[in-house]
Design a protein around this ligand. Sequence first.
Ligand SMILES: Nc1ncnc2c1ncn2[C@@H]1O[C@H](COP(=O)(O)OP(=O)(O)OP(=O)(O)O)[C@@H](O)[C@H]1O
Ligand SMILES: [Mg+2]
Length: 363
Amino acid sequence: MAVGREQILKALSTVEDPDLKQGLVALKMVKDIEISDDLIKVVVELTTPACPLKEMIRNECEAAIKKEVGEEIKIVIDITSNVTTVREKEPVLPGVKNIVAVASGKGGVGKSTITANLAIGLAKTGASVGILDADIFGPSIPTMFNCEYKQPKTQVDGPKTIIEPINQYGIKLMSIGFMLPQNNAMVWRGPMAGSALKQLITDTNWGDLDYLLIDLPPGTSDIHLTMVQSIPVTGAIIVTTPQKIALIDAEKGLMMFNQQKINVPIIGLVENMAFMLNDSQEKQYVFGKDGGKKLAKKVDVELLGEVPLTPSICEDGDEGFPSVMKDSTISDIFIDLAKSVGRQIAIRNATQPSSQVVEITQH
Ligand SMILES: Nc1ncnc2c1ncn2[C@@H]1O[C@H](COP(=O)(O)OP(=O)(O)OP(=O)(O)O)[C@@H](O)[C@H]1O
Ligand SMILES: [Mg+2]
């Protein structure tokens, strides 16, 4: 008996996206079905190339089709992806699908390190990624990407000067560090820093990106306000270390994004320096155990990952070659983190409305 397209659709309608809890057919994720005498080929489009459930979905599709048509015919499930967005017809950065702020309460908890590794991790899964270094006072991204001596090209477009981002390791980068002479101790007044940031956001030729990560300075500052006033931020990732003092400030950072007038959804929490591994690969909780896990539970957000305190992470950052680029257990941890972030952004996009630019009236 010849197999029909309807049969395949019926089989696939029983397979759910585990996160969105709806069938793949209803979610319009089944993009193509080809049927020949000895082969059924199905194209399933996921919401991020970083989907950690890719293999599980592939296996479930195959099993559902086999159940419907029997074991004899060969089945190929081709998994592709198209990163989702809630940014449609946006006037600012129209080609950028998701704008994700990386924030913390305390300084020095590893925001820039996490941003660099996360960006390359997402790119390794197949996503197009950029980083905006919003730390006007102490930019780290040029050093972490070994490109502090590069200078972006500019081109004049009417009254505007467009800046070309630096492309390093496949990531589009923009930072005030590219604009200033090395070792220049620039003193910024608040409004000057704000307008410099605004320019980096709006005058950079970001083009098409799945994810633009924004590496923020610590705390809750004017820079944060300028950011949410300049672009609608899809979501925020909060980085913390496990100590009580870092967690208290992380919660404050999180509350800032949750404020009604700011209203940026939290994608999740990253616990950095969560433990150290000794020679026997046992976890040593030097800064206390499960601080991030407990905070995530308390404020009801996802714990996206736990990154160990590891000397090589620091050395790799200093040398400008983020650890995720080298094959090791550490790079696996960052790839898992990227998958977890891709997944939570897809869930956020499926369940929450688009973010809005914040309007703050000055008194
Ligand atoms: N998991 C880790 N293991 C070892 N060293 C780390 C780890 N994460 C970050 N570091 C190191 O800690 C220092 C601070 O990290 P980083 O600059 O990323 O923090 P930050 O939160 O961006 O700081 P700031 O608040 O100043 O922007 C850096 O030297 C970095 O290499
Ligand atoms: Mg930093």
